[in-house]
Each structure stands twice: as C-alpha cells, then as structure tokens.
Design a protein around this ligand. Structure first.
Ligand code: ZN
Length: 395
C-alpha cells in the first residue's frame, strides 16, 4: 500500500492532462462532491451536537428535580393541612390548602432562639431575638400574625394561642423590610381535634355586625372603696369591694348575656346562666364552705374571699355547669370565640393563672363592653395585663 504514494505525488506529471478540456466536468463533479461531503459532515456534526444538547438538558433537569426537594433558599410551597374532624356534621375529613412561604432562617439577618412554638389556647410565649440585621435594632421590630384567629402577637413579640390550628408569626425590620424571619406557631386543641377552627370559620361570617355594640359598663362613683381603672371596676385578689356594695346583676350585663345566649341558640348551642350576682354575704357562705372542704390554700385558687369576688361587681356570669368538663364542650369553644362580641371576656384564661390569681375557668365571663373585650380577645391577654395591675392577697 505504501508503494502507491510515490505514484500519486502532488503536481506529478500525471496531473497536467487533467487540466485539459475533458477535465472541466470532472472538476465540477469534485466540487459538488466536496459540497456534498461538507453537507454530510455538517449533518453529522449537527446530529452529534443535538445529541449532546439533549443529553445535557436531561442531566440538567434531573439536577433540578433533585435540588428542588432539598432547596434551601426562600421559596413558596403549597402546604396541605388535613384536619380530621370528629364532629357529627362532618362526614369527610376537611382539607384546607394554604399557600405559605417556607422560610430559611439562614437567609435572614435576624437570628432567633427558636423558629417553632407550640401553644395551648390562652398560653403566651415568645421567641428571643439574638441577632438583628445590619442597621436594624430592637426598635425596628415589626411583628405580625398570618392568622389572628389562631395566634396573636403584640409589639414585643409575645405570641398567644387563640384557637387550635397553625399559623406563622413574621418579624420584619422597619429599617429594612426585606429583612424578615418567620416562626411557625401551632396551637393545640384541648379536645384533640381542630373542630373548633372549622366551626369558627363558619361563624365569623355572621359576627361582625355585633362588634362594637355592647357599651361600657356603668361606674358607681357614689360608692366609697371601689377602684376603677380605665372605666373598669377592679375586683381581684388585690382590689376588694366594700360589704355594702350591692348592685345586683347589672342590667347591661343581663341584656348582653341574653343576646349572647340567643345567638348561641341559633348555632344549636345551649348557653345559660349558672351563677350571676353574688353579694358579700353570699360569698362568705360560699368561700367558707370551700375552705371547710379543701382548706384555705386550695380554696384560694378557685374561690374568692368575701369582698374580693368578681361576682359582687354584678358584671359576672358563670355559664352552664361550673366544672372543668365544660371546657371540653362546643359551648365553651363558641363562648371563647364570641363572648367579646357581646362585651364579655373569659376572665381567667388558661396559662394566666399566675397573673389573674385564679385557675383557668372557661365558664366565668366578665362584662367589660365590646371595645375593651375585643381588644383583650385580640391581644390574647388577661384583664390584669390589660390594666397593668396585680392580683395578690395582701397577706
Ligand atoms: Zn365565677
């Protein structure tokens, strides 16, 4: 084979004849051939490039799939919360789809001591800010809740459970609104289901018309020995009432309690007056009997000493059966959500025992007018916190 080379050297004497007349069409053929070859080569290259592109694209899309599942950047995902309701009306599980922003704490200038908070209804907790974004400080904290019906947050970041469910509390910097961090809040349901939340959602459509209707309670400025703060008669372990203060059940309290029971009835709920006004003398009998049964120390956790009972204000009603089992009823759940619309507050909330001086009493409601009641309800605080007062016996 090597021997062929010397026979076909470039510019060999054999070549010139090819340049003569018969060679013209041959030259054209070779040009066409070259062009054809070029085209074929191009096609092959294109095909190879196409295959490479497809392979790379496939590899890339696989990468994307892999990375999206472990994506650590801020993104929006759809979370489906399935709540299993055990209510008689609900035959199928209630499915709620909410769009929430999953938050990566590492991408925020804020550093908190925790990013998840579990609460009971009425309980308050807070996440401590350990680091602020550059240029922001404590004064720039702006707190908000994704759902005030589930958990509220005040200007200092105190988060209070309102009703069973989940929501997000956001801390944003007023100095740099791009800087924010979220806390996931889960409020436990005392009944072990989220029945209340679904009921509440149905109820709220009817309630706004009642808001701001119930007026402030009366002020007895003719009686010596009563203490008022912001128009609210104080009656707790620090503030007592004289023996001769004997208003009876205040008509405004009675009127709005009646509206409350009527509206509850429309929802198929039975709320009734269990115990209303109690005079000083009545309280002497009640308190002494408890002391006899349980001893003074224990009696003080649930029964007021004479003169210190809120029932003497004429603005208090104990509804239905006065025992812890009431807290498990639908009536109690409805009352917790709607009492404020009629001017009442759940006076001794869960988790506030050390502030109010009394254990949780879901049945004991106090009339303060709907303006104050709504404020207290929305902030998830006790009356003591609202008025910034103590509740401790002098001795
Ligand atoms: Zn009571």
């Amino acid at each position: 084979m090597d021997n062929n080379y010397p026979n076909r050297p470039n510019g060999s004497p054999q070549r010139p004849p090819r340049n003569d007349s018969p060679q013209r069409p041959r030259k054209r053929i070779s040009k066409e051939l070259a062009r054809k070859r070029q085209i074929i080569a191009l096609c092959v290259i294109s095909l190879i490039v196409l295959i490479i592109v497809i392979v790379i694209a496939k590899a890339c899309s696989k990468d994307k799939d892999d990375s999206s599942s472990s994506n650590s950047k801020v993104n929006t995902t759809v979370t489906t919360i399935v709540t299993n309701t055990s209510g008689p009306e609900m035959t199928a599980p209630l499915t709620t789809t909410t769009v929430v922003t999953t938050f990566n704490p590492d991408s925020s200038g804020f550093k908190l001591d925790k990013y998840t908070i579990l609460l009971d209804i009425g309980q308050t907790d807070l996440a401590l800010v350990q680091e602020y974004p550059d240029g922001s400080s404590e004064e720039d904290e702006r707190w908000s809740s994704s759902d005030d019906k589930i958990a509220t947050v005040d200007a200092y970041g105190h988060i209070t459970g309102v009703s069973a469910g989940e929501c997000y509390i956001t801390l944003q910097s007023a100095a740099d609104p791009e800087q924010e961090v979220q806390i996931k809040v889960k409020v436990a349901d005392p009944n072990g289901s989220i029945e209340q939340t679904s009921e509440k959602k149905e109820d709220t459509t009817e309630s706004p018309q009642q808001l701001a209707e119930a007026p402030a309670p009366p002020i007895h400025d003719d009686i010596k020995g009563l203490t008022y703060k912001e128009g609210i008669l104080l009656a707790n372990k620090t503030y007592s009432m004289p023996e001769d203060f004997n208003p009876g059940l205040e008509p405004i309290c009675e009127e709005y309690f009646k509206k409350l029971t009527e509206d509850a009835k429309k929802e198929g709920l039975d709320i009734y007056l269990g115990s209303g006004y109690r005079s000083y003398k009545d309280q002497v009998l009640v308190y002494n009997s408890y002391v006899e049964t349980d001893g003074k120390e224990k009696a003080d956790t649930y029964s007021a000493r004479p003169g210190y009972s809120e029932h003497q204000t004429g603005l208090v009603i104990d509804v239905n059966t006065i025992n812890d089992a009431f807290g498990e009823t639908k009536e109690a759940a409805w009352l917790a959500e709607h009492a404020h619309e009629y001017g009442f507050i759940i006076r001794y909330p869960k988790g506030k025992e050390n502030i109010t001086g009394y254990k949780y009493e879901p049945w004991h409601i106090r009339y303060v007018g709907s303006k104050v009641a709504t404020d207290i309800y929305e902030r998830g605080i006790s009356l003591e916190e609202y008025l910034n007062v103590d509740s401790k016996y002098p001795d």
